[in-house]
Design a protein around this ligand. Structure first.
Ligand code: HEM
Length: 494
């Protein structure tokens, strides 16, 4: 009897101690230790949409010991994600593992390391052509190659796979290391496998360790490696690091301080200025550069190539939109000329299609998690320091307040009454907002424009005969909305 009484008292105390603080927004707190883990679906998009319907535009969701606050209203996101106290990243096991447990690079860096790294990267990526016509030639070259590859399979069902990733990776390689790979080069095949493998693993079971971080200390090493693939992620990062160190070494040997060729050169010149000599370059300097490069490839490759996969699928399944876009391209760009950024102003419908693809796909549906670096007040709620906060782009993108037909693919969302593109559309945030807004946005916009116009100037996309293309994102990849692999026929236009 006494044992039962003690047990009940213990459970009551545990419940009382771990109840949701009233200062947090309403939401699902769930059970002590476990939090709230919905059993009815594994699709995070559906869970967020259900919780929003129930609790409103700002709500709390606790999983394990991980307290998350979601912002689903555009105005609220704009004011909150611009605040200096909202620019941290949570200290999650997965984030930390892919950074060898150091504060380095940009994407997951915090504090001064992030501020300095971001400032340096923005300046020097612009110097090497990000958002400018000087990089356009490299993107057009990749687009032309892609067109050549698709010409060989014209009229046959294909999966848009590998060659698209190489084209996008090559643009980043050009910027950072002035290197280009052919599609069948084993080095780039290995490289992409490492990148993609880590993206998949970080979205997979590793999230259990993020939610229940004490498991990392409790579980034996072999369980962490076997079940959560911790060693695979770590080894992938080691391979990436070693490849980058080799490339950096070659740059050190051939550096001409008066004639920087790429981002790595710019970084080395900066170190030389600060330290007087490259031979005094520390392990930390090398490491920070390696992690920054990983950020560029990690953040800039799958995002762009998956958006193009969405574009092809959406146009193949909406032939009337495809025809209208092709007609506009034909009127502006002669068929034997490569589309260029100078054509952009005369291709409003095409630009609206690209923006609508980003809205419809919402490739990063809940953004990349930020964390509060101080306690903050948001309306009547108080969020403690280190609360994980999310800007739910998809909630804004599917809100009728901003988009007339939120569930449809409808490029007119981005056109005004005169048929001009609405560049700054309320409710639209595929690159997030505020001080941590995507650093590669202007590069991504250039790439999407050149690839989209080059492909649809030359090809018409359609589903294979008797087949269909599903536009339902892969629900097992909760943080990124990948379109499931599909077959499409690209037929050369005559
Ligand atoms: C369609 C393509 C792309 C999309 C949809 C996209 C989207 C995003 C989003 C939503 C964030 C999170 C911002 C935040 O934390 O609030 C981000 C961050 C970032 N992106 Fe992109 N991105 C794209 C392409 C690129 C490219 C081409 C690069 C190339 C360098 C890049 C580099 C970065 C970096 C370095 C960050 C981290 C910024 C920081 O933490 O300060 N992205 N991106």
């Amino acid at each position: 009897m006494l044992t039962w009484t003690l047990l009940v008292l213990f459970l009551g105390l545990l419940y009382w101690l771990s109840r949701k603080p009233s200062s947090l927004p309403p939401g699902r707190w769930g059970l002590p230790i476990i939090g709230y883990i919905p059993l009815y679906t594994s699709d995070v998009r559906k869970i967020i949409s259900d919780l929003r319907e129930k609790y409103g535009d700002i709500f709390t969701w606790k999983v394990g010991s991980h307290v998350m606050v979601f912002f689903c209203d555009y105005e609220l996101i704009k004011t909150t994600f611009n605040r200096p106290e909202c620019q941290g990243r949570p200290s999650l096991f997965s984030f930390s593992l892919i950074r060898f447990h150091e504060n380095a690079g940009i994407l997951y860096a915090v504090g001064d390391v992030w501020v300095q790294g971001r400032r340096f990267a923005l300046k020097h990526l612009k110097d090497f052509g990000m958002g400018k016509s000087s990089l356009e030639g490299a993107i057009q070259y990749e687009a032309q190659n892609l067109v050549g590859t698709f010409e060989r399979t014209s009229g046959k069902p294909i999966e848009i796979s590998w060659c698209l990733n190489v084209a996008v990776l090559n643009v980043i390689w050009k910027l950072v290391a002035n290197i280009r790979y052919d599609t069948d080069d084993q080095e780039i095949i290995k490289f992409n496998t490492i990148l993609r493998n880590n993206i998949d693993l970080v979205q997979g079971r590793l999230q259990i360790l993020d939610a229940f971080p004490y498991l990392v200390k409790m579980l034996p090493r072999f369980v962490l490696d076997k079940v959560f693939k911790v060693k695979v992620v770590y080894d992938n990062m080691e391979k990436f690091k070693n490849l980058m160190l080799e490339i950096i070494e070659t740059h050190v040997k051939t550096l001409d301080p008066n004639n920087p060729k790429d981002y790595i050169d710019a970084y080395l010149i900066q170190i030389q200025k600060e330290r007087g000599n490259l031979s005094t370059m520390s392990k930390e300097d090398y490491f920070d550069l390696v992690i920054t490069l990983d950020d560029f490839f990690g953040a800039g490759s799958e995002t762009t190539s998956s958006t193009i996969r969405w574009l092809i699928a959406l146009l193949a399944t909406h032939p009337e939109i495809q025809t209208k876009m092709q007609k506009e391209i034909d009127e502006v760009v002669p068929r034997d000329t490569l589309p260029s950024l100078q054509d952009k102003d005369r291709l409003p419908y095409t630009e609206a299609v690209i923006l609508e693809v980003m809205r419809y796909a919402s490739f990063i549906p809940i953004g990349i998690m930020h964390a509060t670096t101080e306690e903050i007040q948001v309306g009547k709620y108080r969020l403690p320091k280190n609360t994980a906060i999310f800007a739910s782009a998809r909630s804004c993108h599917r809100n009728q307040k901003y988009f007339e037909r939120p569930e449809e693919f409808y490029p007119e969302h981005f056109l005004d009454k005169e048929g001009k593109v609405i560049m700054k559309k309320e409710g639209f945030l595929p690159f997030s907002l505020g001080r941590r807004q995507c650093l590669g946005e202007s590069l991504a916009r250039m790439e999407l424009f050149i690839f989209a116009t080059s492909l649809f100037q030359r090809f018409t996309a359609s589903p294979p005969k008797g087949g269909s293309i599903s536009l339902e994102p892969d629900c097992f990849q909760p943080l990124l909305s990948f379109i499931p692999p599909y077959e499409v026929v690209l037929t050369k236009r005559t």
